[in-house]
Design a protein around this ligand. Sequence first.
Ligand code: SF4
Ligand code: SF4
Length: 84
Amino acid sequence: MAYVITDTCTKDALCVDVCPTDCIHPKKDEPDFEAETQLFVDPVECIDCGACVPVCTTDSVHALEDVPEDKKEFIDRNAAYYKK
Ligand code: SF4
Ligand code: SF4
């Protein structure tokens, strides 16, 4: 399982600061931060701790089984970011 970020993400990076495995990217100091419209969770490195959920003010992070029906495409889009 892994957590999934959707397109309501505002890139404030609050989740990056609390993630214990550093699996949310791009970070503000990474080259593609400006170009990307949202952040993504690495499904391989995520340990499902849930720490990113309460800090998100836009309700953009969901556990895999809780991703809303109209946001399911972001499951693949989060994973795809790490296959580039
Ligand atoms: S805390 Fe929420 S809005 Fe902020 S970067 Fe993370 S997912 Fe995006
Ligand atoms: S659930 Fe935990 S490990 Fe996974 S992205 Fe959120 S803070 Fe990081």
